[in-house]
Design a protein around this ligand. Structure first.
Ligand SMILES: NC(=O)c1ccc[n+]([C@@H]2O[C@H](COP(=O)([O-])OP(=O)(O)OC[C@H]3O[C@@H](n4cnc5c(N)ncnc54)[C@H](O)[C@@H]3O)[C@@H](O)[C@H]2O)c1
Length: 315
């Protein structure tokens, strides 16, 4: 096999972009778009007149090797289970499942040699290639502060801001620090949707590192940034503008104490899909696997538990 036969499930807000990647990539062959909502089926048919557009994955299950799931989170468990039980490779958008119970239950359906990749796309920023090894090589606690806030846009209100946005940073901080989480404490407000709209969570790691994450969909500013403070200095990443600044315990040759540079802006969905097909064709684990997906959902659940109880949750 030198091309993976794939179906994209869900031609909504994000599914359109995933479809474009699956259609254009060299190592994938887009067999069908599975979409259950008629207006979105029509939009898909207009854009891809020669492609098969179907209502239900069952209609094309025998024609595909793999599937990309970009349907609402509430459908992920059933779709993943069905595809995995039919021995298909699966890429599932984050979160892998809406609840930890469902995410753990999927383990029974894992098939050896079949890839399960989860869409934690924030790991794709080029800057982590430089910054992540620095955090690891220090051997001292690192303290991360992440801000991901924007004005209310009325999107993704079927889930709270923890499942929609904070999950990216829970996964990212766990991956950057690469230590066990020992506790989670969170504070927040339900402002517009009857669900948590503005949340700050403090994650503590076993080696003394910490992550303070603020996620909001009811803010007055749009900010996406991550800073890491270590004994050697501070690193600041502006994730919206793709700049990296640092102030280490030294002076730079030009006499300055802060140095700033741009880093390469990447197409994260393209990277994720390339990785998906490559890991299938090379018969290896993908960059974000099933267990990473479960870990992220476990952290989401701890944040929610802390918000509802007011307690610090020990893991
Ligand atoms: N990685 C990211 O940064 C990121 C960003 C946005 C959304 N997401 C995730 O992507 C998923 C989809 O989000 P969205 O904003 O595109 O949602 P959306 O509602 O815009 O689109 C979902 C589409 O799936 C269709 N659908 C529903 N059930 C289906 C089924 N059983 N089979 C086929 N089609 C079905 C709907 O009709 C709709 O067209 C969510 O899980 C969300 O968390 C991830």
């Amino acid at each position: 096999m030198n091309k993976v036969k794939v179906a994209v499930l869900g031609y909504g807000h994000l599914g359109k972009w995933h479809t474009e990647k699956a259609f254009n990539l060299e190592n994938s062959e887009l067999i069908a778009i599975v979409e259950s909502y008629e207006p979105n089926q029509k939009a898909a048919q207009e854009k891809y007149p020669n492609l098969k557009i179907v209502n239900d994955i069952k209609e094309v299950i025998d024609e595909i090797d793999a599937a990309v799931i970009v349907t609402p989170t509430s459908t992920h468990f059933e779709l993943c289970k069905y595809l995995m039980e039919n021995k298909k490779h699966v890429f599932c958008e984050k979160p892998i499942c809406p609840t930890l119970t469902q995410a753990l239950k999927l383990e029974d359906s894992l098939v050896e040699g079949k890839v399960v990749q989860v869409g934690h796309s924030e790991r794709c920023h080029q800057i982590w290639e430089t910054l992540r090894p620095k955090i690891h090589s220090l051997g001292t606690p690192s303290h991360i502060k992440v801000t991901r806030v924007a004005a209310f846009k009325g999107r993704a209100t079927d889930v709270d801001v923890v499942q929609d946005l904070m999950i990216h940073d829970l996964d990212l901080c766990k991956w950057l620090i690469n230590e066990e989480v020992i506790s989670v404490q969170a504070f927040g407000n339900k402002i517009r949707t009857g669900k948590w709209d503005h949340v700050t969570a403090l994650i503590k790691f076993i080696n003394g590192s910490s992550a303070m994450i603020t996620s909001s969909r009811n803010h007055v500013k749009e900010i996406r940034s991550l800073e890491v403070s270590t004994d050697k200095g501070l690193h600041y990443v502006d994730l919206m503008n793709n700049t990296y600044s640092y102030a280490i315990n030294d002076q730079f040759s030009n006499g300055e104490y802060v140095e700033t540079s741009n880093y390469e802006k990447r197409d994260h969905l393209l990277m994720e899909q390339k990785e998906f097909y490559s890991s299938i064709l090379e018969n290896r684990e993908p960059m974000v696997d099933y267990y990473d997906g479960v870990r992220a959902v476990r952290l989401v659940q701890a944040v929610i538990e802390s918000l509802e109880s007011g307690d610090e949750i020990k893991l």
